[in-house]
Design a protein around this ligand. Structure first.
Ligand SMILES: [Zn+2]
Length: 489
């Protein structure tokens, strides 16, 4: 079991701006206790339990993870509760994709990972549809790509690779605008992950599409699926993720126009694509899905502050996953659960945080940040007056490197904290030193000073009315333990 990130939030102002020497000594003792309580084995066991089964939002197995998190919090004597919402989710029923070559042969292409009992590859909220049409490659599917291509894609099935700064929903939207009949999206990752499918949603905006602006609690109003406000959240043409292998099978058979030079240089699957179509290869693509009102659950643990109980610091992570979710999001949830365990140790030793700490385990994030958005909508007034900061941890473990994004108010805090953490990959060096010497660090240092996409995500996670908050999102290496001694608040 690889080592995992531990994200620690402790009373920053208590530790760093002590009111008295006595207070300072006490804080240092608690800080040491907190650090010495870290444990690989507990995080490892949490991660194992969370990833035993695929846990897609709205399914029984994801309710079981909610129960697991709730039981964990309550077993630690933390004040805990669950909030449930009935929201519109989207699931696949049936799908197929076949390639038809000019010599009359055809081949059915795989639409899920071999040997895994996981939901078929799909784009949540894609409409159902069936299309038999020519394939055409549109690079990243940006407007400039359609311009460069200079080919009429009306009625075609466009193949786009992920990247170029576009979200998958925007790729579908641009294809629709250009008259395409359907969209297939793949990850152009070169030699890695060639059989994998990147599931995702293609809905516009965040939150439950049938309760825009208010929490979808029991008995609340719901818009009809035919309501324009709902309809405009969904694309009009079907789409689907495909694997890199499936993409190669299609793209290597295309004729007609040559690949534009400016695309060729950045293609990882070099040599596979010489022409972009349209055709002569035909694709037969069918997607049948259903939109279904399903119950989701957020789980919370609240540790009441001793000096400023009405100021809340929130630390959250989503819990639902497209499949097993070992990285996204369970590596973050395992860290969150261990954080709770260590808080509990501190509490039983007489520690009290200065401000109230709320640990949040969100549901249905993958479908469009639905669990967190519904909760914010339900508690908007309360949060507007009490919330001080929101910290998000999602993929706590995803390869080497340290990545963080925040609103500028937390900039110096992040620097100070990373200076205190030893880099487990390099002896005698802090995370700060490794990070600042890296390209990512150099970029990160700049990013910290401005509004980044990650910050935008963090803000939207808790909806725009909370833009006054301090927000942060952290990703880190598998080998960093403990990564961030976060003396916050
Ligand atoms: Zn995630």
């Amino acid at each position: 079991m690889v080592a995992i990130l531990i994200l620690i939030i402790l009373g920053f102002y208590s530790f760093h701006f002590p009111h008295s020497l006595k207070h300072s000594n006490k804080s240092t003792t608690f800080q040491s206790l907190f650090l010495s309580s870290s444990s690989n084995s507990t995080i490892s066991s949490y991660l194992r339990t969370l990833t035993m089964h695929p846990h897609l939002a709205g399914t029984k197995s994801n309710s079981n993870t909610a129960l697991f998190v709730l039981n964990h919090f309550t077993s630690l004597n933390l004040k805990s509760h669950t909030t449930s919402y009935n929201v519109l989710l989207s699931y696949p029923l049936n799908s197929s994709l076949s390639i038809h070559l000019t010599n009359g042969s055809f081949l059915n292409l795989p639409l899920t990972e071999p040997g895994l009992d996981v939901v078929h590859a799909y784009h949540a909220y894609s409409p159902s549809g069936s299309v038999y049409a020519k394939a055409v490659f549109v690079n990243y599917g940006r407007e400039i790509d359609y311009h460069t291509l200079g080919v009429d894609v009306k009625g075609c099935i466009v193949i786009a690779r992920k990247g170029g700064g576009l979200g998958r929903g925007t790729v579908v939207e641009k294809a629709e605008k250009n008259g395409a009949a359907a969209v297939l999206i793949y990850n152009d990752e070169g030699d890695t992950w060639r059989n994998g499918f990147e599931r995702g949603n293609v809905m516009k905006g965040v939150g439950d599409p049938v309760s825009p602006g208010w929490g979808s609690v029991d008995g609340s109003e719901r818009l009809s699926l035919e309501d324009n406000e709902v309809l405009e959240r969904f694309p009009k043409i079907p789409s689907m993720p495909i694997s890199a292998d499936v993409a190669d099978a299609i793209l290597s058979s295309l004729g007609d126009n040559l690949v534009p030079l400016e695309w060729r240089n950045t293609l990882k699957s070099k040599g596979v694509i010489s022409h972009v179509g349209p055709g002569p290869t035909m694709l037969n693509f069918t997607y049948l899905g259903e939109k279904k009102v399903s119950t989701i659950q957020n789980v919370f643990a609240v540790i009441k502050g001793s000096e400023e109980p009405d100021r809340h610091v929130l630390l959250g992570n989503h819990r639902d996953a497209w499949t097993y979710g070992a990285v996204d999001p369970s590596s973050g949830t395992a860290a969150l659960l261990d954080l709770a365990r260590r808080y509990s140790i501190l509490l039983s030793s007489g520690w009290k945080p200065r401000r109230t700490i709320v640990l949040c385990s969100w549901d249905a994030e993958e479908f469009g940040m639905i669990g967190s958005t519904e909760w914010v909508e339900q508690n908007l007034i309360n949060l507007g007056s009490k919330a001080v900061a929101y910290l998000n941890v999602d993929c706590a473990v995803q390869g080497p490197g340290f990545f963080v994004g925040s609103t500028p108010q937390l900039d110096s805090l992040i620097r100070e904290v990373t200076k205190k953490v030893k880099d487990p990959d390099s002896k005698g060096v802090s995370v700060y030193e490794t990070w600042s010497a890296s390209d990512e660090g150099n970029n990160g240092f700049h990013l910290l000073m401005c509004i980044t996409e990650k910050i935008f995500l963090s803000i939207t996670l808790l909806s725009t009315p909370i833009t006054g908050w301090q927000n942060m999102e952290i990703h880190s290496s598998s080998a960093m333990l403990p990564l961030l001694e976060f003396g916050a608040f």
